[in-house]
Design a protein around this ligand. Structure first.
Ligand SMILES: [Zn+2]
Length: 125
């Protein structure tokens, strides 16, 4: 399929993002133009309104500091942990951690708390 923003073919799994309330399937590059929608959550609830409410609720609870990805990476390296080691510690895949460090995706609240706890940093405003 093709990216709904730039029109380039998407190799692998497209990323679903939300732009002004509309869902778009886009490539890696264009994911930055909206909020990434986690597919899993979408399938958990068929009720769009309930889904929206729950998503906004969790978003209201925290806001990440600027450069959170860089902070995570720096603190992790300071503690001599690889992405794999930290990922195992907090129970997420290293590839997911890599994306968080690149700020390609936002960690969910629980993951965020675990990262903060493991690295002894505060990532919320
Ligand atoms: Zn694109």
């Amino acid at each position: 399929m093709n990216c709904e923003i730039c029109g380039k073919p998407i190799y692998g799994k497209p990323i679903t993002i939300e732009v002004d309330g509309a869902y778009l399937k886009v490539c890696d590059e264009c994911a930055k133009y909206g909020k990434i929608v986690h597919e899993k959550r979408k399938f958990e609830s068929k009720n769009e309104n309930a889904l929206k409410a729950s998503r906004y609720q969790t978003e209201d609870e925290y806001e990440l500091v600027d450069g959170y990805g860089r902070i995570i990476k720096e603190m992790r390296e300071k503690m001599n942990l690889t992405q794999e080691e930290l990922g195992r510690k907090i129970g997420i895949k290293p590839s997911l951690l890599a994306k968080i460090e690149q700020e390609k995706i936002l960690p969910d609240y629980q993951t965020l708390r675990k990262i903060e706890f493991s690295l002894k940093v505060k990532l919320r405003k």
